[in-house]
Design a protein around this ligand. Structure first.
Ligand code: NDP
Length: 259
C-alpha cells in the first residue's frame, strides 16, 4: 500500500489498459479518478472497482481530452473530490488505421489531438498541483508505435513518437522538482483496440479471426498478445516512491518486440 494518500487521475480509465491500471493503483492504496467520454461505461467501471475496493477511493469524470477547457474544469473538480492529483496517467488514445495516401488531414489531426495534444492538456492542468505538493508521477501510455514504425497507421505512429518526445523534454524540465515523467510503450495488447485491428484485418484480407490475431501476435517474440495486467504492472512500479530515479524513459512492454 505504498501509494496511500496519493490521487491518480487516469484518462481512458473506463476499459482496457486504463481500467487495469486503475485496479493496480487502487491495490497500492491510491485514490483513483477514471476519466473518459462515456459516463455510462465510466459508472459501470467504477462500480466494478468499488465492489472490490473501498468505494470512497474511486471517482469518475466525464471529459474529452481534446477539449482544453473541459480538461481544466474536470481536473479541478477531481482534485476537489479526492484531493490534489499526484499521479497522472495519460492513457486515453485511439488507433485508427489508414494507408498514408488515404490519410485525410482530418484523420491526421484527430490522431494528434487525442494521442498527443490530449496528454499536453491534461499535463498542463495537473502540473501545478504536483509542483505545489513537491511530488509527482506523470506516465504517458505511448506504444511500441512511439519507438518504431508500423505501416498503415502513420498518423498514430507520428502522434505516439510525439508523446515519447514530450516525455523526454518534460522529464528534463521537472528533473529537480521530484516529479518523474515516463512513457510506457505496450505492444499489441488484448483490448478493444486490438479487437478493432483484428476486425480490420479480417475485412481487408478475408482472413479468419484466428489468423488475424496470430498475425498481430507474430510481431511479439513471445508469440502472444500483451495482457493489460502486464502493462499495469509497469505503470504501478513507476509510481512507487522507490522509482524516483526513473525519469525520461520509454519502457516497452512488448515481449521483446523492441530492444
Ligand atoms: P481502449 O479502446 O480499450 O480504451 C480507450 C480508452 O480511452 C477508453 O476508456 C475510452 O473511453 C478513452 N478515450 C478514447 N478517446 C478519448 C477521448 N478523446 N477523451 C477521453 N477519453 C477517451 O484502448 P486501450 O486500453 O487498448 O488503449 C489505451 C492506451 O494504450 C491508448 O493510448 C493506446 O494508444 C495505447 N496502446 C494500446 C495498445 C493495444 O494494443 N491495445 C498498444 C499500444 C498502446 P471513451 O470511448 O468512453 O471516451
Amino acid at each position: 500500500m505504498q501509494l496511500t494518500g496519493h490521487h491518480a487521475f487516469i484518462t481512458g480509465g473506463s476499459r482496457g489498459i486504463g481500467l487495469a491500471c486503475a485496479r493496480a493503483l487502487l491495490a497500492q492504496g491510491a485514490s483513483v479518478t477514471i476519466a473518459g467520454r462515456d459516463g455510462a461505461s465510466l459508472a459501470a467501471a467504477a462500480a466494478a472497482l468499488a465492489a472490490q475496493i473501498d468505494a470512497s477511493r474511486v471517482a469518475t469524470c466525464v471529459l474529452d481530452v481534446t477539449d482544453e477547457a473541459a480538461v481544466h474544469t474536470a481536473i479541478a473538480a477531481a482534485a476537489q473530490q479526492l484531493g490534489p492529483i499526484t499521479i497522472l496517467l495519460n492513457n486515453a488514445g485511439q488507433a485508427q488505421p489508414a494507408p498514408f495516401a488515404k490519410t485525410s488531414s482530418r484523420h491526421w489531426q484527430q490522431m494528434l489531438d487525442v494521442n498527443l495534444t490530449g496528454a499536453f492538456h491534461c499535463t498542463q492542468a495537473v502540473l501545478p498541483q504536483m509542483l505545489e505538493k513537491g511530488w509527482g508521477r506523470i506516465i504517458n501510455i505511448a506504444s511500441t508505435a512511439g519507438l518504431k514504425g508500423y505501416k498503415y497507421v502513420s498518423a498514430y505512429v507520428a502522434a505516439k513518437h510525439g508523446l515519447v518526445g514530450l516525455t523526454k523534454a518534460l522529464a528534463l524540465e521537472l528533473a529537480t522538482r521530484n516529479i518523474t515523467v515516463n512513457a510506457v510503450c505496450p505492444g499489441y495488447t488484448e483490448t478493444d483496440i486490438v479487437q478493432d485491428a483484428v476486425a480490420n484485418i479480417m475485412q481487408k484480407t478475408g482472413r479468419s479471426e484466428e489468423q488475424a490475431r496470430a498475425e498481430l501476435a507474430a510481431g511479439n517474440p513471445q508469440q502472444k498478445l500483451v495482457q493489460v495486467e502486464e502493462v499495469a504492472s509497469a505503470v504501478a512500479w513507476l509510481c512507487q516512491p522507490a522509482s524516483s530515479a526513473m525519469t525520461g524513459q520509454s519502457i516497452a512492454v512488448a515481449g521483446g518486440e523492441v530492444m
